[in-house]
Design a protein around this ligand. Structure first.
Ligand code: SF4
Ligand code: SF4
Length: 451
C-alpha cells in the first residue's frame, strides 16, 4: 500500500470567533505538529511570496503575522522572507533587493505588520546563494538556494495557493522551487541553460508570424524590456540577438502581459519547467535537517495567475481554506484536489470556461495540469501524492474563543473595568436622562423600500 501523509484542513467560512481563518491556521499549526520543527532560539524562515507591485491578491500580512506569533510562542526567532526575481518584465518590482523591499512595504510585509523582520534571502542583486547538488533530480542536477533560507535552522513554507502561467499552479513546491532560489537558481528552474536558441527551451521562442513588428502598439515597450538591448523591432517583426541574450525572460513576459504573441514559449517548456521546479524545491529542502520544515497553504484569493502578476484576476473558485502538513507534495495535492472540487466563481475565467466541480481548474485555465509537479516531486522522494485529509472544525466553547484573542484576559475585565470605573464619560451622565421613544423610530419600515 502506498505511503500516505496527513494533511490538515480547515474551511474558509466563519460564523464565530473560533472559525476565523487566522484562528484555524494557528490551530492547524499545532495539529499538524509544525511546532515540533522549532527548537528554542532557532532562526526560523517563514517563506512567503511577497507579490508584485499593484498585485491585489497576495498573502495578507495578518495571515503571516499569525504564524510569526506561533513561531515566537515556540521559542523560535522568525524572519519573513522572499527572494529577488529574474527581470521577467519591464516594470518588475522585485528584481533587486531594494525594489523588493519597497514592494513588500506596500503590501504590509514589514516589521510593523508582521512583528518580525522581512528579509530578502538572496541579497541586493540575487547573488547571495549556495549551491546544492541534486544527483537524484529528474532534470536538474544542481541548484542555488537563497542564502537566508540555506542558513536558517527551520522553516515554515507558508504558501498562497493560486495559478501560474508556466507551472499551472503555485503552492508549497513552487514557494521553494522558484521562490527559494537565488537568481542563479531561478535560471536553473527556468531551464535557462538548456538547449540552443532553435530549441526554444531555455531561449525565448520568437513567433515572427505573430509579431506585427513596428506596427505593434507595444514595440517600444518590447525593446525597452530587454536589459541587454538584445531586442530590435523592425517593420518585419522582432529580431532577438541571441549572442546578447542573458535569458531574463523579460521580453517574453512583457509580450505575454500585453496579450501579444510575438515572443513566447514552446509548448514542451511548460511541463518541463514544472518538473525542474520540483527538483529545485527538493534542493531547498536538502538544506534543512530532517523534521525542520513545516508546510502551510492559504487557499484564499485563488487567482488564475501567480502573485508575480501586477494585477489580480477574479479567483477561479471561492475561498477554500487553510492547510498544514509536514509533506510538501501531499499538501499541494490536497490543495489542488480541493480547488478542483469547488464550484467556479461567477464571472471568473473558470466560469467562462464552463468548469464544473471536479474538473482540473488549472489545467483548463493555464494549459497544463499541475499534477506534473506533484508526480515529479513524488518521484524525486520529496513526498507523496497519497494523503489522509483531516478536516478540522473548532469547537465553540469559552476556552477556544479566548485562545487566540489579542489578550488572554477579556478586554472588559482589564482594562475596561478600570477605565469605566475611573474615567468613562458615561459616569458623568449616569443615570442617562431617559427620552421617550420617538414615533419615527417605531415607523422604521417607512425607510425600507422592500417592506
Ligand atoms: S532577449 Fe534575452 S536578455 Fe533580452 S529580455 Fe529577452 S530574455 Fe531577457
Ligand atoms: S514581440 Fe510581442 S510585444 Fe514585441 S513587437 Fe512583437 S508582438 Fe509586440
Amino acid at each position: 500500500m502506498a505511503k500516505t501523509s496527513k494533511v490538515w484542513f480547515a474551511g474558509a467560512n466563519a460564523t464565530n470567533w473560533t472559525e476565523s481563518t487566522i484562528c484555524k491556521a494557528k490551530d492547524l499549526f499545532y495539529l499538524a505538529g509544525l511546532d515540533k520543527c522549532i527548537e528554542k532560539d532557532d532562526s526560523v524562515a517563514i517563506k512567503i511570496h511577497q507579490g508584485e507591485w499593484n498585485r491585489t491578491h497576495c498573502l495578507r500580512p495578518e495571515f503571516v503575522a499569525a504564524i510569526v506569533e506561533e513561531v515566537k510562542a515556540c521559542g523560535g526567532r522568525p524572519f519573513v522572507t522572499d527572494t529577488t526575481t529574474l527581470t521577467y518584465h519591464l516594470y518588475n518590482n522585485r528584481c533587486t533587493g531594494q525594489l523588493a523591499m519597497e514592494g513588500a512595504n506596500r503590501h504590509g510585509h514589514n516589521p510593523a505588520s508582521l512583528q518580525a523582520p522581512f528579509v530578502i534571502s538572496d541579497g541586493f542583486s540575487g547573488e547571495d546563494d549556495l549551491r546544492v547538488e541534486l544527483p537524484e533530480g529528474n532534470i536538474l542536477k544542481e541548484t542555488y538556494i537563497a542564502r537566508g533560507l540555506y542558513e536558517a535552522d527551520a522553516c515554515i513554507n507558508l504558501a498562497h495557493a493560486k495559478g501560474h502561467p508556466i507551472t499551472a499552479f503555485g503552492g508549497c513546491i513552487k514557494n521553494f522551487g522558484i521562490g527559494g532560489q537565488s537568481k542563479r537558481g531561478k535560471y536553473q528552474t527556468h531551464l535557462a541553460f538548456w538547449g540552443d536558441p532553435e530549441d526554444a527551451i531555455g531561449y525565448p521562442k520568437v513567433n515572427k508570424e505573430a509579431c506585427r513588428g513596428t506596427e505593434c502598439p507595444y514595440s517600444k515597450m518590447c525593446e525597452d524590456s530587454c536589459p541587454e538591448e538584445a531586442i530590435n523591432v523592425t517593420p518585419e517583426g522582432v529580431v532577438l540577438d541571441h549572442s546578447k541574450c542573458a535569458l531574463c525572460y523579460s521580453c517574453q513576459v512583457t509580450c505575454m502581459f500585453t496579450g501579444m504573441e510575438g515572443i513566447g514559449f514552446r509548448d514542451e517548456y511548460f511541463p518541463l519547467a514544472q518538473i525542474a521546479m520540483s527538483d529545485a524545491a527538493y534542493g531547498c529542502i536538502k538544506t534543512f535537517k530532517p523534521g525542520k520544515i513545516g508546510y502551510m497553504a492559504y487557499a484564499v484569493d485563488v487567482c488564475p495567475e501567480c502573485d508575480c502578476f501586477p494585477w489580480g484576476g477574479l479567483p477561479v473558485v471561492p475561498d477554500v481554506g487553510v492547510f498544514a502538513s509536514k509533506d510538501p507534495v501531499a499538501i499541494d495535492s490536497a490543495v489542488c484536489d480541493m480547488i478542483d472540487k469547488a464550484p467556479a466563481t461567477p464571472t471568473s475565467r473558470a466560469e467562462e470556461l464552463g468548469l464544473k466541480p471536479g474538473e482540473d481548474k488549472f489545467k483548463a485555465v493555464n494549459a497544463f495540469t499541475p499534477r506534473i509537479q506533484l508526480k515529479a516531486g513524488e518521484k524525486i522522494g520529496m513526498g507523496t501524492t497519497h494523503y489522509e485529509l483531516i478536516t478540522y472544525e473548532p469547537e465553540l466553547n469559552p476556552e477556544n474563543i479566548s485562545k487566540w484573542q489579542t489578550r488572554k484576559v477579556p478586554m472588559t475585565v482589564k482594562p475596561m473595568r478600570q477605565i469605566f470605573k475611573n474615567h468613562h464619560l458615561a459616569h458623568e451622565f449616569l443615570p442617562f436622562k431617559r427620552e421617550e421613544l420617538p414615533n419615527w423610530l417605531v415607523d422604521w419600515k417607512k425607510f425600507d423600500p422592500t417592506a
